[in-house]
Design a protein around this ligand. Sequence first.
Ligand code: HBI
Ligand code: FE
Length: 297
Amino acid sequence: RQLNEQSGEAKKHGLAADDVQPHRPDWTIDQGWSNYSVEEHAVWRTLFDRQSKLLPGRACDEFVEGMKNLPIGPEQIPNFEALSEVLMKKTGWQVVAVPGLVPDDVFFDHLANRRFPAGHFIRKPHELDYLEEPDVFHDVFGHVPMLMNPVIGDYIQAYGLGGLRAKELGVLDKLARVYWYTVEFGLVKQADGMRIYGAGIASSFTESVFALDDLSPNRIGFDLERVMRTHYRIDDFQESYFVIDNLDELLALARIDFAPVYEHIKGLPEHQPGTVLATDRILSRGSGRYHRQKQEI
Ligand code: HBI
Ligand code: FE
């Protein structure tokens, strides 16, 4: 009965409906590390190997450094307890297992307390490049290395704290865009060029090439109000990426009060994902070819 109830609740939220393990009130579950099958570990290895070949020279230095110091390797799906032990010492973060997407307020509460909710399941061999819900590869390979960095750790915690407030103010969509265009799809300038720090890119074989090398997307200097007003794509590559000059830029973002910013942009027009504005600091103007071709099909 409890199982049915949970799956009913999950469906209502559009959340992990096929997951059968009962979750705690805070939506966490046991990772159940010993239950992963040989096939599941093999999917991890496939994803790990191809991404590890691709990321040198593409992922930012902080990502590479974080990865180097974590118990994340090709052989097995990482154990969350082992990850938490290392993270806790470095930045005070933990990784907790969840069935998939969790309700916004639950998600924010975990982040506000420096617990990163990670999907415990792994994608199937036939869906290596596309999945709707964050799985263990996206969450652990993409996000956890960045949580070894104190600035990112503080920034993501601030997002959790800000999320609860934004929800009350009815501006969660604005805050979610900031998260999307930084934590998930952010690019950063480093000494030898543009690099990836967003987990959505770092965990995607195809997008880690598209975001940096393709002529199609726009790459625009990050501006808080601009990003808050910009819609994003959840089903495909981004049409625009926003670029910070340095990860420390996020430190300032973690500290400022967003309330006056929400107030300032209230009622102003919103921008479509591919729009370029006269006021933008354009690093590269995209051809738009990729998304235009898709439309024609
Ligand atoms: N749940 N597990 C998980 N991971 C997310 O990234 C996540 C979530 N629930 C809500 C959510 N993200 C976002 O929609 C909020 O950041 C707005
Ligand atoms: Fe994510």
